[in-house]
Design a protein around this ligand. Sequence first.
Ligand SMILES: Nc1ncnc2c1ncn2[C@@H]1O[C@H](COP(=O)(O)OP(=O)(O)OP(=O)(O)O)[C@@H](O)[C@H]1O
Ligand SMILES: [Mg+2]
Length: 494
Amino acid sequence: MTHPRLNTVEAALIFISVAQLSTALKCVCQLCANNTCETGADGACWNSVMLINGKEEAVKSCLSPAEMRGQVFCYSSRNVSKRNCCFTDFCNNETLHLHPGYVERPSEEPGWGRLELAAAILVPSALLCVSILLGVCVVQGQRCAYNRAHKNDVEEPLDDQSLMSPDKCIKDLIYDMSTSGSGLPLLVQRTIARTIVLQETIGKGRFGEVWRGRWRGEDVAVKIFSSRDERSWFREAEIYQTIMLRHESILGFIAADNKDNGSWTQLWLVSEYHEHGSLFDYLNRYTVSVDGMIVLALSITSGLAHLHMEIIGTQGKPAIAHRDIKSKNILVKKNGTAVIADLGLAVKHDSSTNTIDIPSNHRVGTKRYMAPELLDDTINMSSFESFKRADIYSLGLVFWELARRCSVRGLQEDFQLPYYDMVPSDPSVEDMRKIVCDQKLRPNIPNQWQSCEALRVIGKLMRECWYANAAARLTALRVKKTVSQVTVLKDIKD
Ligand SMILES: Nc1ncnc2c1ncn2[C@@H]1O[C@H](COP(=O)(O)OP(=O)(O)OP(=O)(O)O)[C@@H](O)[C@H]1O
Ligand SMILES: [Mg+2]
């Protein structure tokens, strides 16, 4: 028997929870500034605990509506992980535990009053859970039947257990992520990061070191930030997990993790590992054939076009400007295609309010690759288009580095950075401004490029990317189309 007053209280609580569902919530968040985060409308507070190396590790954060819809099961009761979503401000403040030993036991003399109370709470709750479970089973059953009928059409939602099953490899995880829209659940990311064995350093950039690591017998790249650069770590992880960002020409992000070892916090970003390293490394080492050049140019431009493109709809993506396009931030895959990496400086466009998601400091990229309007500070910061056009200028310079290494009849140029013959090795903004804005100089296009159709087209494209007038530059989509036509032309000739 349930107590009538409790029923009323329960109904009121459910009503409050439902009402809260449609508004933004404040939640406890260990990874956020002030330990607080805010969900969007229809989000939830997330509270979880997982057994890692025999120790309970708690994660508290905000859940976006997309995460709630797509990939996270809010409830579980396995003895290796426990998860909970709730819908009132800071409701995830309590600490979950896995083992009954952690749970405070009630005092010795329960008495009938308590028992009654417990029954009054438990019975309706149990009934509610059973009906929810039944509901889920029915929906799930229908979905499975539908999926069997439409194999590969629809993806199952993901749960931590299936995501972390021992036979999963990196490709599977990346596939899981692409079907879920944004990234893996935080707990899965943390578990992956903490089972990586670091092997050797492979590079050093402005924000820390990059390592090759091993996870389940496969190579991964781990970018380790110092706690000083926490904002960069957070921003890069955030951008990589932008809904629907995944693309074959964007570096495959796997996980972000912050590990406190007592005296400092290590911040990790885990991504796919590409043994050729950056395009800068690759072109320094190798020349490329005409086909090789086109494949690289096409994949780089596809990646940039995907970043720049806004996709509208619930499963859409905002337009993103990279702001640090250069040969060191492009990686070369084993199959000869490229991916765009280092999204830490990127900005997202909110088209509904026509605003950019972070206060943007316009001089953030690499000086050598900065567009003239950035160098002389004439960029129109209120227009998001401006940032895309600045990316296109840098893309033109990358094409120039690439085309120089294209070997035709045994002839090619040595590898050089753009403006290598006009500015010192670590140029200042002023050095660059004099050359690019005042003297209006651009990298030299060798005459012999005219005698090879592909090089002639790429040479023309780069000129149209680095016009002083930003509005006259080509769009990424236009560049992509022109490069793909070179491939088609070649195919026809072959
Ligand atoms: N996923 C990866 N796979 C293989 N090598 C990588 C990967 N990510 C980075 N690297 C290597 O590590 C180097 C350092 O990368 P990082 O992004 O930290 O700095 P950078 O691009 O060289 O300079 P900057 O800080 O200006 O971006 C790269 O140049 C590349 O050689
Ligand atoms: Mg970089």
